[in-house]
Design a protein around this ligand. Structure first.
Ligand code: HEM
Length: 424
């Protein structure tokens, strides 16, 4: 393909995915392509460092994303989602794109950066975060330092956000509290030469992980809500499953989320049909050959989850929403480790894949149990103008709150003795 800036070699199909994802960084490099993220993540972080150092920085995140931590996060996801939807009226119209992004910033930041950070997630922080994101324009691809207003706002916001996060880091250090979040993991981490992370590095890695998991999960939440509501027969089975797993319980643990297999398959199908990252790009640093093709240094290499997920020899009837394709006996995603690539593959595969899936199951379960939705747009389609592709806005739905569950009020007087229907 001819793309502005360089000839681009597209790798599509299972064998081609292997050729793309299994090349070392010295041959296919992310660093040159993702330079537009450097002003956001910060100097010396991720794509502004050597592949070896970036590998160490990414490895710092592993303890914060391992199984034991996910147990705590699952409960936080549900708590945040319950609080978020509790603030809704009994009926109204929302834009699902905005809802997905707003909800995800609460759930992710609570789990990744801790309760103290979440407390500071004030209007000011949300505004700064938006300005930081607004600095990701098509121009940033070409030159992330071009003196345009969006970049100037981005840089000012980055300085202020850095200061806000640093205050929280200082507070945590002073008080010596131990928490179960990524911030704690970073405070305890050391590079292989024994050096601890500087405050700037902690801020940069926190922003990296927040950015990696924000819009990606936000748009997936939005698409999954749309797709489930567009397919009432499958959605009815999801709701049956909710009842079977939870009964009348409203508190929910990681085991419950894991038992919601039909909901999880819908999330997976959403990611297959509408992966948030539609293209993964690399700069070719050294010549290499793939089958009869010669790939040359200086070219770009591209692998597109959106295109590859629609190859019908891999996924049967690929344009159809069919979450059962992941069920027993079919398992179309398992035929090859690089068939399903919404989370990338190989050494740079997404570190937050399990975290994101759990978060999406948790938030989608809370929404589906509390509200009925009616989709208001004549059609919902991808907005390819965005770097992270979500549904085109407006993307509205009308919601109506279902009856709140019966709540047992503590026995304080005979009048309170009977179970009552909570307000609304
Ligand atoms: C539905 C949500 C998500 C999707 C679709 C997604 C997708 C991806 C993809 C495709 C890549 C590979 C990029 C490439 O090869 O160029 C990636 C990398 C990454 N993701 Fe995610 N992601 C999601 C959520 C998350 C979350 C929640 C986190 C953090 C908790 C996260 C952290 C990361 C990190 C740190 C990397 C870089 C890994 C490396 O280069 O070693 N992601 N993600």
């Amino acid at each position: 393909m001819k793309l502005p800036g360089a000839d681009t070699v597209v790798f599509s199909g299972l064998k081609a995915h292997e050729a793309f994802f299994r090349q070392p960084d010295e041959v296919l490099s992310q660093k040159e392509v993702y330079q537009f993220m450097v002003p956001i993540f910060g100097k010396g972080i991720a794509y502004d460092t050597t592949p070896e150092l970036m590998k160490e920085q990414m490895a710092f995140l592993h303890p914060g994303l391992r199984e034991a931590r996910l147990r705590t996060y699952a409960e936080l996801f549900v708590e945040e989602a319950e609080a978020f939807f509790d603030r809704w009226d009994n009926e109204g119209v929302v834009d699902l794109y905005d809802i997905g992004n707003e909800l995800t910033i609460y759930t992710s930041s609570r789990a990744l950066l801790g309760g103290d950070f979440r407390k500071h997630l004030s209007g000011e922080f949300a505004r700064l975060y938006q300005e930081l994101e607004g600095g990701l324009t098509l121009w940033s691809f070409l030159n992330p330092y071009l003196p345009i207003p969006a970049h100037r706002r981005r840089d000012k916001a980055r300085v202020k956000m850095g200061e806000m996060i640093k205050r929280i880091v200082d507070e945590r250090r002073r008080e010596g509290r131990q928490e179960s979040d990524i911030l704690q993991t970073l405070l305890e981490a050391k590079y292989s030469d024994g050096r601890a992370l500087s405050d700037d590095e902690i801020v940069g890695i926190l922003l990296t992980v927040m950015f990696a998991g924000h819009h990606t999960s936000g748009v997936t939440f939005c698409w999954n809500t749309i797709l489930m509501n567009q397919h009432p027969a499958y959605f009815a089975r999801v709701m049956e499953e909710q009842k079977a797993v939870l009964g009348d319980r409203t508190t929910l643990k990681v085991e419950d989320l894991r038992a919601m297999t039909l909901l999880e398959r819908s999330v997976k199908e959403t990611l297959r049909m509408y992966p948030a990252i539609i293209m993964l790009m690399r700069r070719v640093l050294k010549d290499f050959s793939y089958e009869q093709y010669e790939v040359k240094a200086g070219q770009m290499a591209l692998c597109s989850p959106a295109a590859s997920h629609h190859i019908e020899t891999i996924f049967k009837d690929p344009w159809k929403y069919d979450p059962d394709r992941y069920g027993p006996g079919r398992e179309e995603d398992r035929q090859h480790p690089l068939a399903f690539i919404a989370f990338g593959g190989g050494k740079h595969r997404c570190l937050g894949a399990v975290f994101a899936t759990l978060q999406l199951v948790a938030t989608s379960s809370v929404l589906a149990r509390h509200f009925e939705l009616e989709l208001l747009e004549p059609r919902y389609y991808p907005d390819y103008k965005r770097i992270l592709v979500g549904p085109h806005q407006p993307c509205r739905a009308r919601y109506r709150r279902k009856k709140r569950p019966l709540v047992q009020v503590p026995l304080t007087s005979p009048l309170d003795a009977a179970p009552i229907q909570a307000a609304g």
